[in-house]
Design a protein around this ligand. Structure first.
Ligand code: MSP
Length: 646
């Protein structure tokens, strides 16, 4: 994908019905398009990212009538919901088209005139089954027992004069194009679906509605008693916004679009109606049409009546914009259906974001502060197998991202980035810089470990930028980069050896605060304090100097497991910022391993190691209780691991 510098990239989302309240489905496509647009901009390409709203048609007309306002006023009120959501979700669209704008209506009119003059449109009388309340036609095959398949009310035969686009004649040409261009319609299952649809005869397309039934639309230029069918109006947005028939130079530059992103429900309208319209206009076809899957919500279809519509704005407020963007693209392959739940979102945040990338950044910065004078290290060559493996993984990451994004495999691209993050975390654990720092003879090795880790993080920060723009910028800021943006294209910037030495790092707040899952509904485990849990007398006084001898640290429990043949003990790994401590804790009667992972605790870090059940325990956790543990000491705020406790 990354070729010459001034390549262009034109990506679109569907234009959303302005009536709707924006939901997760709208956010999904728009975030995906944003990632592609940002990625191509980072390659220094010329990008045009288009989204907008579909504002004509029956639903808007009816909703406006109900409110007693004009349809345009109704649209003006609703469009703001989309525009402000895109702002909040960090969507970097270059244009936002509304089908009620003159620049669009003019082009639709001209397109219709062209098609009329080319005799691609004809008038005919259509007879079908009409559902009066729904105001739409059904074919004989579609109705069920004389009733509307949608609302189950009786339908009646109706003949109506309308205008038709000669779509049927393009069937073979369209099939041929799909067969000759393997990646034109993706994913492959959707390509096969369209090919299957085209095996049958293709009907001509009714492109008008008589004004007496629907007024709120673009009038047909050759018959003012009719308005344009909403799909023909809407689809033209992809060329009207790009300058078709208004700014030919611009249009030449952008068209054909590189990717149209749509949901699976609007595949036929795009793959068949739109592509054949373009053929009739003698315009080249877009390079790719990708139909993504649908989200269910906790296993149920999302619907207003079930009251389970996910509001993206609320999700962003509660969990963070970047976390929400990440979740949608990481959770399921783009072409598949997926299930949304807040629990799944929180799990991803805690594991992939807080634990993996957040932890990698925070521990590295702590190490740089302690062992590298707070500066990014000077370049140095390592020769240990783990050095070579980390360099190789990070230096080749760009190619993997590039390949996956050209296939719109967002989930795979993110998995590749997380693979490097995991390798880097393991590298730190193996390298144990906190041990190396204790010995002057291992100073050079310490330098290598610090440098390799920081290089890897720098590459990660470059490549997560399209997905999580704020987090990427914050990572760079903490790594000491000034606001000045990178001018090199991503394929050059995200390379080993590009980290400038001597940047003053500045550790900030955790990149992704851990989210405490809501307590389970089951009643909490009851622990009755025993007599010796609440002793009546106090121990003898100690001096403040005695107390100061204790090195108490904030730790995060990264792993927990039961110890065989020891009912009361758990084996924990506690992250205290610069290192992981192995702790054998007598808390198994109070906590299961699952519920304790991710908890913030207080570790006595300078207690002499002890061997318990043959396992070395490198510290102790503060807990309430005597013999029976009542609960662990923890914090009301999120505190970075390693912070001292006094
Ligand atoms: N106005 C038309 C598109 C015209 S494009 C020339 C339209 N609008 S819409 O508001 O209904 O847009 C819906 C978009 O949201 C579609 O791409 C649809 O697939 C998507 N989704 C609606 N519900 C969805 C889910 N539950 N999950 C994922 N996407 C879903 O159609």
């Amino acid at each position: 994908m990354a070729q010459s510098l001034m390549q262009k990239f034109y990506v679109t989302t569907p234009i959303y019905y302005v009536n709707d309240v924006p939901h997760i489905g709208h956010a999904y496509t728009t975030i995906a398009a944003d990632v592609l647009a940002r990625y191509h901009r980072l390659l220094n390409e010329n990008v045009f990212f288009l989204t907008g709203t579909d504002e004509h048609g029956q639903k808007v007309e009816q909703a406006a009538k109900k409110k007693g306002v004009l349809p345009k006023a109704h649209a003006d009120e609703h469009v703001v919901g989309f525009q402000s959501l895109w702002k909040k979700l960090n969507i970097s669209n270059d244009d936002f088209i509304r089908t009620t704008e003159d620049r669009h209506k003019r082009v639709v009119s001209q397109v219709l005139t062209q098609l009329w003059e080319k005799k691609e449109i004809y008038a005919d009388t259509y007879t079908g089954w009409y559902c009066l309340p729904d105001e739409r036609f059904w074919t004989e095959k579609e109705i069920i027992d004389g009733k509307c398949p949608d609302c189950r009310r009786p339908v009646e035969p109706l003949s109506e004069r309308n205008y038709f686009f000669k779509m049927g004649q393009y069937r073979d040409r369209l099939r041929q194009h799909i067969l000759e261009h393997k990646h034109f319609i993706q994913p492959e299952s959707r390509r096969n679906e369209v090919l299957g649809f085209l095996e049958n005869d293709l009907n001509d397309l009714c492109i008008s509605r008589p004004k007496h039934r629907l007024e709120w639309g673009i009038p047909l230029p050759f018959d003012p008693d009719y308005v344009t069918y909403v799909w023909l109006d809407a689809l033209v947005n992809y060329i009207s916004a790009a300058g078709y028939l208004s700014t030919p130079d611009q249009f030449e530059n952008w068209w054909p679009a590189d990717v149209h992103l749509v949901g699976k429900d609007i595949l036929t309208t795009h793959a068949v109606y739109w592509m054949t319209t373009l053929m009739a206009l003698d315009l080249p076809l877009p390079k790719k049409l990708f139909a993504h899957g649908w989200w269910t919500i906790e296993g149920e279809k999302m619907s207003k009546s079930l009251g389970n519509v996910v509001n993206p704005s609320e999700m962003a407020d509660t969990f963070g914009v970047d976390a929400f963007r990440f979740f949608l693209l990481r959770q399921v392959p783009f072409g598949n259906d997926g299930d949304f739940s807040q629990t799944a979102l929180m799990n991803r945040i805690n594991s992939d974001l807080a634990n993996d990338v957040g932890n990698l950044l925070s521990r590295t910065l702590t190490m740089l502060e302690r062992y590298s004078d707070g500066l990014t290290p000077v370049r140095i060559k390592g020769s240990a197998p783990e050095d070579i493996a980390l360099e190789e993984a990070a230096d080749t990451l760009f190619e993997k991202i590039d390949k996956n994004l050209s296939d719109l495999a967002f989930d795979k691209a993110l998995t590749e980035i997380w693979q490097v993050i995991r390798i880097a975390n393991q590298y730190i654990e193996k390298g144990a810089p906190w041990q190396l720092a204790k010995n002057p003879e291992t100073k050079e090795r310490l330098h290598v470990v610090l440098y390799y880790t920081t290089e890897a993080i720098h590459i990660v920060s470059c490549l997560i930028a399209p997905f999580m723009p704020d987090a990427a910028q914050e990572m760079k800021r903490q790594l000491g980069f000034s606001k000045k943006t990178e001018t090199r294209p991503l394929n050059m910037a995200a390379r080993w050896g590009n980290l400038p030495p001597g940047l003053p790092v500045s550790k900030g707040k955790p990149l992704f605060p851990r989210i405490q899952p809501e307590k389970k509904k089951s009643p909490p485990q009851k622990v009755t304090p025993k007599k010796n849990d609440v002793p009546a007398s106090f121990k003898p006084s100690i001096s403040i100097e005695d107390f100061a001898k204790l090195d108490l640290r904030v730790g995060i429990i990264r792993s927990a497991e039961k110890i065989k043949k020891a009912n009361k003990l758990l084996l924990l790994h506690v992250d205290i910022g610069t290192e992981n401590r192995q702790v054998v804790a007598g808390i198994a009667t109070r906590y299961t391993p699952e519920e304790i992972i991710g908890k913030e605790v207080v570790l006595i870090a300078n207690l002499k190691p002890a061997t318990i059940m043959g396992i070395e325990s490198q510290g102790m956790l503060l807990a309430a209780g005597g013999k029976a543990v009542l609960g662990l000491a923890t914090f009301t705020e999120e505190i970075p691991p390693g912070a001292t406790v006094r």
